[in-house]
Design a protein around this ligand. Sequence first.
Ligand SMILES: NC(=O)c1ccc[n+]([C@@H]2O[C@H](COP(=O)([O-])OP(=O)(O)OC[C@H]3O[C@@H](n4cnc5c(N)ncnc54)[C@H](OP(=O)(O)O)[C@@H]3O)[C@@H](O)[C@H]2O)c1
Length: 273
Amino acid sequence: MPKSIPVLCGSIMGEPFSLGVKIHNAAYQALGLDYTFVCFGVDNPELAVQAIRTLGIRGMNVSMPYKQAVMPFLDKIDEAARSIGAVNTINNHNGKLTGYNTDCIGAIRALEEKTNLNGRSLAILGAGGAARAIAFGAKWAGAKVTVFNRSPERGQALADEFGVSFGGSLDDFCADKFSILVNATSAGFRAPDLNPAEGKLSAHLLVMDVAFIPIETKLIRDAQALGCQTINGTRMLVHQACGQIELYTGCSEAPYAVMEQALLEEIGRMSGG
Ligand SMILES: NC(=O)c1ccc[n+]([C@@H]2O[C@H](COP(=O)([O-])OP(=O)(O)OC[C@H]3O[C@@H](n4cnc5c(N)ncnc54)[C@H](OP(=O)(O)O)[C@@H]3O)[C@@H](O)[C@H]2O)c1
């Protein structure tokens, strides 16, 4: 099997983005591993997967817009990733490429740091890729999941496919019926004044946002002002990266704290802070 010195990991996406580079390289350094991580902006996902094989790249993260496009070119797809319908992680083990979805793992780890999901009623705003990963994982963890989405057909289709409830548009969300609210829409990402659940929060909710720029979105700030427990999108992001590092290196527990610090520093740098 082709190999490199140092061991090479990376990510493919439409436009290169620095966060994964900072998080992964901080982790490899903390683990004392001779690994390095490079982000590739590519326009051909099939050739990018071929490059993993040709160059012996150990692990490849997959971001927008290729999480579905890479799937036909892999040797195997993990059962959860197949159900979710998206791969964000390609693990090259002795030349065999397996696709995983660590967005799901990251979201569930972040939620379960705060609460046991079993039996809890959980509302998800959104029906895109992130919502699919979270709906799948939350149902698997025993939560009673209801999806709300701007486009009703997409929300209903997700609910039907995963055997969860569809609650209607975002306006139909009513806090009284839920103990957990997860925003999995892209509303709020790089939009510090947009809260997709504006005026609908209540102090009893545990509120998680998947958006991670700004680190504290308007949803999170509004929820905190009411006294809600909150989870920033950065926690899901670091936990999903931990899942990738555990696959690529075989370590049992990725170094969460140094990875989070690297992420927060880089977001601060990008935001001019
Ligand atoms: N923290 C993490 O680890 C992590 C991981 C993955 C993704 N993310 C973030 O998750 C977000 C969603 O990503 P995705 O891959 O799921 O995107 P996607 O597949 O394009 O789905 C976008 C979702 O957001 C909804 N939406 C977009 N703009 C909206 C608005 N102004 N008001 C209400 N709903 C709106 C869409 O509704 P329609 O169906 O009506 O279009 C859809 O449900 C992004 O911000 C991404 O950065 C975070």
